[in-house]
Ligand binder design. Sequence first.
Ligand code: NAI
Length: 339
Amino acid sequence: MVAHQITLIPGDGIGPEVADAAARAVDATGVAVEWERVDAGERALLLHGALIPDDVFASLEITRVGLKGPTATPIGGGHASINVALRKKLGLYVNFRPVRMLPGLKTRYDDLPLDLAIFRENTEDLYAGLEHEVVPGVVESLKIITRTASVRIARAAFEYGRREGRKKVVAIHKANIMKLSDGLFIECCREVSAEFAEIAYTEMIVDNACMQLVMRPETFDVLVLPNLYGDIISDLAAGLVGGLGIVPGANIGSGHAIFEAVHGTAPDIAGKGLANPTALMQSAVLMLAHIGEREASARLHNAIYKVYATSDHLTKDVGGTASTNEFTDAVIRRLNPAY
Ligand code: NAI
């Protein structure tokens, strides 16, 4: 059996704890993986003098697939965000975030069968990082929206909708104010929607979308958004299904893919064994499907769901008392079909 080579970037804060948990769960599926561990983030800056040392790109050039824990980007100063740099350099233009209710989990919305698919454009918008000081006391940040990137993300959302039999796609924007930039974004979504007659297409202004998501989240299906709104709405949506400890993500381009949770480094709980590894494990479920290991992907998905359904061994953020390792061990036990 030839092992899959996968780049593992543990990251900062709770990153190493959840990355270790997710890698352990993947190994326990029986899929042969050769992990290439590389450092990025604050840890890499300390150890190697760079936030993204060259070996990160060198490894991803070979493996083409990464599993990544969150990384800290110093606020302000001269450091560009690691995630933004990775996504731009590797052309990871789709950020896909499935937001689903887990069985048995108590949340404010647990009576609703929430199943949202968020498609966030991943390479431009205000995240282009084009900021400068015009004169002291005045700064300018450029919002870049291109036809190419907007069509690409819209197509990814609609193609997913078709593949998965989804009914609706909503494009979220602020084109009433940003008439040219968000105007171009929705124009592209509208054009792409015409090729997918079986999927209902609507548009919603981002502030209204926030309210609708809180009041009627079950009316949402597939969401397509420019980068900044996608970032914010992803956290809001995570809050609907139990928080940031739950929601996975995939950054996908034409040559590479990096799987990572929506959450950050959670410095408040780092190093305490309290982190919920579900989000990165669920990212690993997406990763296994991406590398063609569909059976193992389904088995890991089911094992996670079984642990939630029985409500035992859950971590503190979702109302339990288990540590990161205890939750991970419970998932691994349930990978055995006889369990
Ligand atoms: P955060 O997501 O790290 O934490 C927000 C809250 O959610 C905290 O109370 C935290 O304890 C909780 N939380 C997050 N993940 C959790 C988990 N797996 N289990 C249990 N509780 C969890 O957001 P924050 O505090 O705004 O950002 C901290 C750092 O993370 C910043 O340096 C930021 O730049 C970075 N960050 C990195 C990301 C990435 O690498 N993908 C994404 C978002 C933020």
